[in-house]
Design a protein around this ligand. Structure first.
Ligand code: FAD
Ligand code: SF4
Ligand code: SF4
Length: 477
């Protein structure tokens, strides 16, 4: 260990931008064993590891780095697996520069952080290859059941942990495939779909019952679902796209980011996608403008490149330093040919015979810091200009859907932002026995936080159900 003074920081090699921009495979190759051991050996084994403190799962990072450096990979896997239900997924898509790696002391000392995420991915990918990932073995049957609404990372984590405790677990999702945004939002070049599918398959083989195409609100009310299960947990994520208010926004060719990404992901699965085939949600040969500066916008621009767009521009109202998306993703996008137009916002959309033909852009500048501490963008009187575009993708982020109405559950209390209100100790909503976790509680966030919330809510539900079973036993005696 402590090799950071002699061994330089090294990430797994990225495929050349020209090569990777023509397919949807992940862009980075994997570490070879020797490289993973070498990179792990750079860790200085801090007594107070800031990397772990800033990992939402508080993963035992220095311990599994040491085991990896010593060639004890199976033990490293077991330790990594103890705190996370999907370490190889977080290792791929966490914004490590803002979490574990961004807080590694070696980074502060100028040597470059330990490449924690890449090692984490390597450990569990190896475990899958070597057959070390154990099947899900349910504990002794408890005779109690849980209904999980939503099969994203939060819902899958609950399913995994609660099934291990011996509960009957039913997961309801409105989609035909399980995984939530891991499947239909995040593109394959960040997270290949087989990586998610093997996790889902493991849960199904362990007895988790998946109800595909089951939309709560349409196929059952929340109250009906509650009568079927001893506890219900809402993990439905946030899906209402934020709107742009500008003249011409209704023109054909101005589309929602998630519709666009879902169509692309479905195409990757080989599904029939008429809106892709007829060109509505397909960037091939088009001049594309994506509006937004978060993860979703980054995924859209890079998807458009892979679909063979004639040009791809990303319009963002703040500057590079103040964008919410990961800097790593901006770099990847630039390497692949995306042009970023900073300090720019759409003022209007030009159309030709009802189809979008261009974006009228207003120049912006940064004013005073707002309540969040970020400098608020304001219109720069310097003026604007037109960008030609025949596909515009709106990627301004997501808000919660109106769950009490959709679920036929007026008793379900939400915050003024529409997120489900929970008691932060018990993680229970305003309805008895109904819990909630993930983006629907936090607002749009990260996969690793959804996993953490799934872990926390599982612990709370387990405690609540055990108490309930004890009371029932006492009353029966
Ligand atoms: P979701 O993953 O949204 O899953 C919710 C599930 O609930 C869905 O499957 C949905 O179909 C289902 N559902 C909703 N309503 C109902 C209903 N009424 N009945 C039945 N089922 C229902 N995070 C990162 O950490 N790294 C990234 O690189 C990253 N990239 C992203 C890219 C995009 C395009 C987007 C949109 C988000 C990205 N995120 C990223 C954020 C991350 O995906 C989310 O924070 C995370 O998936 C939230 O997990 P969740 O389980 O709460 O919800
Ligand atoms: Fe880092 Fe994310 Fe892994 Fe935590 S889960 S160690 S933040 S990559
Ligand atoms: Fe190792 Fe960096 Fe974590 Fe310290 S902060 S334990 S050096 S990975």
């Amino acid at each position: 260990m402590l090799q950071f003074t002699t061994v330089g920081q090294d990430y797994p090699e990225k495929r050349a931008s020209g090569e990777r921009a023509s397919d949807f495979g992940e862009i980075a190759r994997s570490f070879a064993v020797a490289k993973a051991e070498e990179q792990s050996s750079r860790c200085s084994q801090c007594g107070v590891p800031y990397c772990s403190t800033h990992c939402p799962l508080h993963n035992h990072i220095p311990d599994w780095l040491r085991l990896t450096a010593e060639g004890r990979l199976r033990e490293a896997y077991e330790l990594s697996n103890a705190t996370s239900t999907m370490p190889e997924i977080c290792g791929r898509i966490c914004p490590q520069d803002r979490l574990c790696e961004g807080n590694c002391v070696i980074e502060f000392s100028g040597h470059g952080a330990v490449t924690i995420g890449s090692v984490e991915k390597f450990i569990t990918d190896t475990a899958w290859e070597e057959g070390w990932v154990e099947p899900l073995t349910p504990g002794p049957a408890r005779g109690q059941s849980i209904g999980v609404i939503g099969a994203g990372p939060a819902g899958l984590t609950v399913a995994d942990l609660m099934r291990s405790h011996g509960y009957d677990v039913h997961v309801y999702d409105r989609h035909d495939r399980m995984g939530g945004l891991l499947v239909y939002g995040i593109p394959g070049f960040k997270l290949e779909k087989h990586v998610v599918q093997r996790r889902v398959d493991r849960l199904a083989a362990g007895g988790v019952v998946f109800h595909h195409g089951f939309e709560v609100g349409r196929d059952a009310t929340l109250a009906e679902l509650r009568t079927r299960h001893d506890a219900v947990v809402i993990c439905t994520g946030v899906y209402k796209p934020r709107a742009i208010k500008a003249p011409g926004v209704g023109a054909a060719g101005v589309v929602e980011a998630l519709d666009y990404l879902t169509a692309s992901n479905r195409k990757g699965f080989g599904d029939a996608v008429p809106a892709y085939d007829d060109g509505t949600l397909n960037a091939t040969g088009k001049h594309v403008v994506v509006v937004g500066g978060g993860d979703t916008a980054m995924d859209c621009v890079r998807t458009a490149v892979r679909q063979g767009a004639a040009s791809v521009r990303c319009l963002y109202r703040r500057d590079r330093a103040n964008m919410p998306g990961s800097q790593r993703e901006v770099k990847n996008a630039e390497e692949e040919g995306v042009e970023f137009v900073w300090l720019a916002a759409p003022e209007a959309f030009h159309d030709s015979a009802g189809a979008v033909a261009g974006v009228q852009v207003t120049k912006m500048r940064l004013g005073e810091a707002d309540a969040s501490g970020r400098r608020a963008p304001e219109v720069d009187p310097a003026g604007g200009y037109r960008l030609d575009a025949d596909l515009v993708v709106k990627a301004l982020g997501f808000d919660p859907e109106e769950l009490p109405r959709l679920f036929g559950a007026p008793a379900l209390t939400v915050t003024r932002w529409g997120t489900v209100r929970i008691d932060h100790k018990s993680m229970m909503t305003s309805m008895d026995g109904v819990f909630a976790a993930g983006d629907i509680v936090r607002g749009a966030s990260l996969v690793v936080w959804a996993v953490r919330d799934g872990r926390d809510v599982s612990e709370r539900i387990h405690g609540w159900l055990k108490a309930k079973a004890k009371t029932a036993q006492r009353e029966a005696a």
